[in-house]
Write a new protein. Structure first.
Length: 363
């Protein structure tokens, strides 16, 4: 994980966040208090039990030396609402540190990943409260950010939008009540995935977000955007590239021994081969979960999700090689696998409909 100084409208050199070593957990799921004394992040359970594949939220204290270098205390505080029955991911703490918004697939939600808030009182984080059906759709909401006025920015693939994940804005109406979300429009959103929008705490005309719009291999790049008071966009620039040309927030999937593994979020358990249905029993329309696109064929390989091994199905669509797993008669069954893929780190996963081996309109 890196940080870059932002001064006089210029982005400085990338610097390792930790003085002694790289941060060992997903950097796209990190939030800081206003004084940068605490960090909230996502990782797999520290005390993992067999069969526990959940992702959890933790808090850690940060110390800053006189030379500006940072150290992270190794005593992590686990949030009380974490559970081995569901995942809690992508925390975003409010500027006054009085509440936190996060995404979770806990029971009782409106879709896959819903947004929840937890209030901090007397040194204790309270029970999660769902943000409601105006904010949460029947699919996934994630990547939340709370500005200095309490307004909410988040990404969703369930509200009407321009691409897969779009960025939305919801105005704070009263404490813990937000208005209906507004799509940030084509000046910001693309036909691909646009996520992790944040504003500078010092200058809220400066915004940053991540998008895979410029990369066929699904690498995410950081973009900077200048905003006016009415949330219209005056200009949009790609942030300066690093020495490796691309600062990725979400790594591309890598193949090894014919198995794709997303170790960035968690290791999988024992594998179980999932047999496909026979050709004679397949329905006319089936649903598969697409998780990867490539400019060239990757050949035959398997992918492990929730301890089960799925054979990847390759097809060509709009000039690119695309890869799916699973075959389902029911859309809701495919969406369950889609949610599992997202929780394992395949953030670009979505459900596609097929007639035989040919992709048709998406559900």
């Amino acid at each position: 994980m890196y940080y870059s100084p932002f001064k006089d409208n210029k982005i400085g050199k990338q610097i390792y966040f930790l003085r002694t070593e790289p941060f060992p957990y997903p950097a796209e799921a990190v939030s800081f208090t206003a004084d940068y004394s605490k960090m909230f992040f996502t990782q797999e359970s520290v005390f993992r039990e067999p069969g526990d594949n959940t992702i959890r939220i933790y808090e850690a204290e940060i110390s800053v030396r006189n030379d500006g270098k940072t150290d992270l205390k190794r005593t992590y505080r686990e949030f009380p609402f974490n559970s081995k029955m569901y995942s809690c991911v992508q925390p975003a703490v409010s500027p006054d540190e009085k509440f936190l918004i996060f995404a979770s697939d806990m029971p009782g939600g409106h879709g896959g990943l819903d947004l929840y808030y937890s209030i901090y009182e007397n040194g204790i984080w309270g029970d999660p409260i769902n943000l409601g059906k105006d904010i949460n759709s029947n699919l996934d909401e994630s990547s939340s950010f709370i500005d200095n006025n309490g307004n909410l920015f988040f990404s969703s693939n369930g509200h009407e939008g321009l691409g897969k994940y779009d960025i939305y804005f919801a105005k704070l109406i009263k404490p813990f009540v937000w208005g209906k979300p507004k799509n940030m429009g084509p000046q910001l959103n693309s036909e691909k995935n646009d996520v992790a929008f944040v504003l500078s705490r010092i200058d809220e005309t400066q915004g940053f977000f991540a998008s895979d719009r410029n990369d066929s291999e699904k690498k995410y790049q950081i973009f900077r955007v200048k905003m006016s008071d009415d949330i219209d966009f005056l200009s949009q620039d790609q942030a300066p590239e690093s020495e490796s040309q691309t600062q990725t927030l979400i790594d591309t999937l890598k193949t090894s021994d014919k198995t794709i593994d997303k170790a960035k979020i968690e290791e999988t358990g024992q594998s179980v081969i999932v047999q496909a249905e026979s050709e004679q029993t397949k329905p006319e329309i089936i649903f598969r979960v697409q998780f990867k696109t490539s400019a060239k064929s990757l050949g035959s390989f398997n992918i492990v999700i929730d301890g089960k091994e799925y054979k990847a199905f390759e097809y060509v669509y709009k000039g690119a090689y695309r890869y799916t797993i699973g075959e389902f008669e029911k859309l809701e069954d495919a969406r369950l696998l889609d949610q599992s893929c997202k929780l394992k780190g395949y953030s670009d996963a979505f459900v596609a409909a097929f007639k035989g081996s040919e992709r048709i309109l998406d559900p």
